[in-house]
Design a protein around this ligand. Structure first.
Ligand SMILES: CC(C)(COP(=O)(O)OP(=O)(O)OC[C@H]1O[C@@H](n2cnc3c(N)ncnc32)[C@H](O)[C@@H]1OP(=O)(O)O)[C@@H](O)C(=O)NCCC(=O)NCCS
Length: 178
């Protein structure tokens, strides 16, 4: 696993602003992709007012991932709990044409470094739909483990989706790659 993480793509994270909203929204092709990415928190079509409200949520840190060439490649957020001890990782997204190249791993490395090393979090948790295998594998590579399954929590296109609840304690975090 260490070798995988060391071969990651370079990515910088900067605070998400509405200037990035159009690009981020263009990466989501329809209602099912929106639900897969963000759960039920947004309504299709994703628009600036929804993203502005999301970015302004109290206790939520939001980032845009920027590649070495300056291109926007990703997005992620951490919603801090009231005590600042744990946070929920969410809205992890890589530009469709940049997937499978290590940007997702690079983005998570940055965000988890902020969470564990800078904010001093003890635990990060997340929810991911059980059929989102690419995302589940990515989280497992970082040491996230399954806590419980919420069965049939969403219904779309005649299908029921179940959500995995996963978490990573600081002790299980592999650390920054630098
Ligand atoms: C889930 C998601 C963020 C993953 O991002 P990504 O950039 O594709 O992730 P990575 O490139 O780091 O890893 C994906 C795969 O590519 C592989 N990979 C990484 N670098 C590679 C390279 N240079 N060449 C070939 N494969 C590579 C990884 O090993 C990994 O393989 P695996 O899935 O077999 O384990 C992305 O698919 C996405 O945005 N999905 C839609 C939104 C979503 O569902 N978000 C999650 C919500 S919970």
């Amino acid at each position: 696993m260490g070798t995988d993480l060391e071969s990651e793509k370079w990515v910088e994270v900067r605070p998400f602003t509405l200037a990035d909203a159009g690009v981020i929204a263009s990466w989501i092709a329809g209602p099912a992709e929106l639900l897969m990415w963000a759960g039920p928190g947004f309504a299709w079509p994703l628009d600036d007012p929804q993203l502005a409200a999301y970015a302004a949520e109290s206790g939520r840190l939001t980032w845009t991932g920027v590649g070495a060439d300056g291109r926007l490649v990703g997005h992620a957020s951490l919603r801090l709990d009231a005590g600042g001890v744990s946070a929920r990782l969410g809205r992890v997204l890589v530009a469709p044409d940049a997937r499978g190249q290590g940007y997702g791993a690079a983005l998570l490395t940055r965000v988890l470094t902020v969470g564990f090393a800078q904010l001093g979090l003890k635990r990060v948790d997340l929810g991911v739909f059980s059929h989102n295998h690419d995302a589940v594998r990515l989280y497992e590579r970082f040491g996230f483990r399954l806590d419980r399954v919420l069965s049939d929590v969403e219904h779309i296109n005649g299908q029921s989706w179940s959500a995995l609840q996963m978490s990573l304690a600081k002790a299980g975090w592999l650390g920054p790659i630098e």
